[in-house]
Write a protein that binds this ligand. Structure first.
Ligand code: BGP
Length: 483
């Protein structure tokens, strides 16, 4: 009992992905459009436009636009390559594959009563293929891909009707895949609901004074929906587990000036908010005070709060790419990051996209989250985005990625073996190259498997194994001993 913890023999070494970033086939077999299909590609100098919140007028125009570049409509064409891709993942030895179901492939508008059978069939094939190789499927129910109709006709997640639609979708997949899927998670990086409301909650941007209220209501509705479907999952399949998924933003104070410490404390509380609600079942007081101060009034009932309280998650999953720094000095420049950035950390190097590289931050984050909630954790995303070069003899020498992963996995091992954190697995983003969530680039690559497409969809679509593929294969085979 007092010995050193080791990585469990069932530790879930794996990879993570999202339907909208890899499938393509956006209009095949009855699939409806999703919000991901209206994100356009922008060249580097205009990249900030990729992050712009879209108004309803802009969304409708983009929906009809067939001539511009919408990479998420193409993905990496997993839709036609899934057998080959899963065979490669099996060859690499992964034990778990996190993917999402595209809601609009199963319910094209999102508000139907009956599912699109062809959509379910597509996922049947994938899940069966994974199980054939004994790869554990881990399913995200909503990964930045709400059906577009929910945004254009219902105003997004701030509309309580959407909760019912989501319940129908979840009920359908829970019953259909019962016994085949053990691990579920409700909303990917649920912080997106407040940080990037259109991607997170399908709420079109507006100048309306109620916009802010809608955004917070959208988050509340997702919390409630998550609790409702957790309850439903337990009714349908007692052995299945539901997790939440948050983007971790461990934030350091820029100095020991109490003003910086206070700023960092609040930044951390802001990202804990999501697990505070989904794991503890309560809204923290600081958040409620904040709403009050801003005159934001949520539409909720006592009965709903009880549902949230009584249907908390079984495990906490989070993405970890970077740590942030908070300073009270408004003159300090805020840099790039996943969903959001912080001020520069002089002790850390950055990726070409300006994301601070901080392996020790992973150990800190694992400790903070595990000991705050006392629930098993799952690293549901971590990885290194780079513009890999395919050599003339079809090799990809990505030693920078191997270095990044080595360092992070070493810290993960310390968190488990030395600090006693209970961690179910490590799912790196993404085992195969796919479209970037933030910038819709293909050339921001994370994979162990290279996909020969560029930002414009030119290329053969062929898959090539990177040096990191063989490295991860050994890491998995040795259960993390050989890194
Ligand atoms: C997270 C998302 C993923 C993923 C990753 C990397 O925010 O959950 O979907 O893509 O970040 O981000 P990006 O693709 O923008 O580099």
């Amino acid at each position: 009992m007092f010995g050193v913890c080791e990585l469990d023999k069932d530790f879930l070494w794996g990879g993570a992905s999202a339907a909208n970033q890899m499938e393509g086939g956006y209009d095949l077999d009855g699939r409806g459009m999703s919000i991901a299909d209206v994100f356009m590609f922008y060249e580097k100098k205009e990249r900030h436009l990729a992050k712009k919140e879209l108004t309803i007028e802009e969304i409708k125009k983009l929906r009809e636009n067939k001539s511009n570049n919408f990479p998420k409509r193409r993905g990496n064409d997993f839709y036609h390559h899934y057998q080959e891709d899963i065979a490669l993942l099996a060859k690499m030895g992964i034990k778990a594959f996190r993917m999402s179901f595209s809601w609009s492939r199963i319910f094209p508008r999102g508000d139907e009563k009956e599912p699109n059978k062809a959509g379910l069939k597509f996922y049947d094939n994938i899940i069966n293929e994974l199980l054939k190789y004994k790869i554990e499927p881990i399913i995200t129910l909503s990964h930045f891909e709400t059906p577009l109709v929910i945004a254009t006709e219902y105003g997004g997640w701030c509309n309580k009707e959407v909760i019912k639609f989501f319940q129908t979708y979840c009920y359908t997949v829970f019953t259909h895949f019962k016994g085949r899927i053990k691990y579920w998670m409700s909303f990917n990086e649920i912080n997106a609901a407040l940080e990037i409301p259109f991607k997170g909650s399908a709420i079109p941007f507006s100048q309306d004074r109620l916009y802010e209220t809608q955004v917070h209501q959208g988050l509340y509705n997702q919390f409630l929906a998550s609790a409702l479907v957790t309850r439903e999952l337990k009714r349908i399949d007692k052995t299945a587990k539901m997790g939440c998924m948050i983007a971790s933003f461990t934030t350091y104070p820029a100095s020991c000036d109490p003003d910086d410490i206070l700023k960092a404390m609040r930044a951390n509380q802001e990202y804990y908010l999501y697990a505070d609600v989904q794991a503890n079942g309560n809204y923290p007081n600081w958040y409620l005070k904040n709403l009050e101060k801003r005159d934001i009034h949520l539409n909720f009932s006592k009965e709903e709060l009880d549902i949230i309280k009584n249907n908390t998650v079984d495990y906490i999953s989070f993405s970890y790419y970077l740590s942030l720094v908070a300073s009270h000095d408004p003159a300090r420049k805020v840099g790039e990051g996943n969903l959001k950035g912080g001020v520069e950390n002089p002790y850390l190097e950055k990726s070409d996209w300006g994301w601070a590289i901080d392996p020790i931050g992973l150990r800190i984050t694992m400790n903070e989250i595990y000991y705050r909630y006392n629930l098993p954790i799952l690293i549901s995303e971590n990885g290194f985005g780079a513009n890999d070069i395919l050599t003339v003899d079809n090799q990809i020498h990505d030693e920078y990625r191997i270095k990044y992963l080595q360092k992070h996995i070493n810290e993960l091992k310390k968190a488990i073996e030395l600090d006693g954190v209970i961690c179910l697995g490590y799912l790196s983003w993404s085992p195969i190259d796919m479209i970037s969530a933030g910038t819709s680039e293909m050339n921001k690559r994370y994979g162990y498997i290279y996909v020969d497409y560029d930002d414009y969809g030119n290329g053969s679509g062929k898959r090539y194994l990177k040096d990191s593929f063989y490295w991860y294969q050994k890491a998995i085979a040795s259960n993390g001993k050989v890194l």
